[in-house]
Design a protein around this ligand. Structure first.
Ligand code: GUN
Length: 283
């Protein structure tokens, strides 16, 4: 047996095509969805991510603007830029690319993004609605993870989902979405003792750490859905947390890196942007 590969690239292309259709409908009503990127400094990975997100906007007919601020920008200058975009009616969504330089206060900066323009779902209001089970904007990688699980066709209700990683942008929100989907959820992290004790129980295993080779086939329950949300570089190559060679013969479904959560994250960002523009029109 070999795992069925969950093709995130193909699913993302389908989501983007649907998004383009929704954008066309909005344009007929005189509205062009707009997404603003705020990039601080020259972190090479961030520069590449923002470029990829801009290209996705082009494919989906979304107007994008990038505010590229210098590495030594002050907190006040960053907040001034965020407030300006917050007040711009043509900007439906705003995204502060993370990480930002250490001298800046990330939480204070994110708090300057109005919750209804927070396409990333990082604002404490959106994080709070996720905890409370109220409507709100959800983070893009966790949304992509859920759509990949859905693609497997596996019923989530009553299943044991194990999430490795407790970041505010992937691990925690992914765990809460799996809980909302009626899974029994275990969250593991760097201080977890005997990680494989938990991973071997997982019907759905989500790894969001960024450590190449963290998950090997002997740690996986036969037939499990394995979602690799990790990203690392080994010898210049992008790899995930899952050792594919040993895991593929054991898992039932596997999302690869590259071609799994990466393209899904970008597609979900496009969906979130258009949903915000539609809600704005409906008001
Ligand atoms: N840095 C790494 N992933 C993300 C993301 O999804 N959104 C933002 N804003 N920054 C990131």
């Amino acid at each position: 047996m070999s795992a069925i590969i969950l093709d995130g690239k193909k699913l993302a292309a389908k989501l983007e095509e649907e998004t383009l259709g929704r954008v066309m409908q909005l344009k007929e009503k005189g509205i062009t969805p707009g997404l603003a990127f705020i990039l601080v400094g020259e972190d090479p990975a961030s520069v590449v991510y923002v470029r990829s997100k801009n290209k996705a906007c082009e494919r989906c007919g979304i107007r994008s603007v990038t505010c590229h601020l210098p590495e030594d920008v002050t907190q006040e200058e960053l907040e001034e830029t965020l407030h300006k975009l917050a007040d711009d009616p043509e900007v439906h969504g705003m995204l502060l690319q993370l990480p930002i330089p250490a001298h800046l206060d990330e939480a204070r900066a994110i708090a300057c993004i109005p919750p209804h323009k927070d396409v990333d779902g990082f604002h404490h209001v959106n994080a709070g609605t996720l905890v409370n089970g109220a409507p709100g904007i959800r983070a893009c990688t966790p949304l992509g993870i859920m759509d990949l699980v859905k693609l497997s066709g596996v019923e989530t209700r009553g299943k044991h989902a194990v999430v490795i990683g407790r970041s505010a942008i992937v691990g925690k929100p992914a765990a809460l979405l799996l809980l909302e989907a009626d899974c029994t959820v275990t969250i593991c992290h760097s201080k977890t003792k005997d990680l494989s004790f938990y991973t071997r129980q997982a019907d759905i295993l989500v790894s969001a750490v960024g450590k190449a080779g963290l998950i090997t086939g002997d740690m996986v329950k036969p037939g499990a859905v394995v979602i690799d949300a990790g990203i690392a570089r080994v010898d210049g190559k992008v790899v995930g947390d899952v050792d594919r060679a040993s895991t593929e013969p054991v898992a039932g479904w596997l999302s690869p890196v590259p071609g799994g959560c990466g393209p899904m994250t970008i597609a979900e960002l496009m969906v979130n942007t258009v949903s915000i523009a539609e809600a704005d029109y409906a008001e």
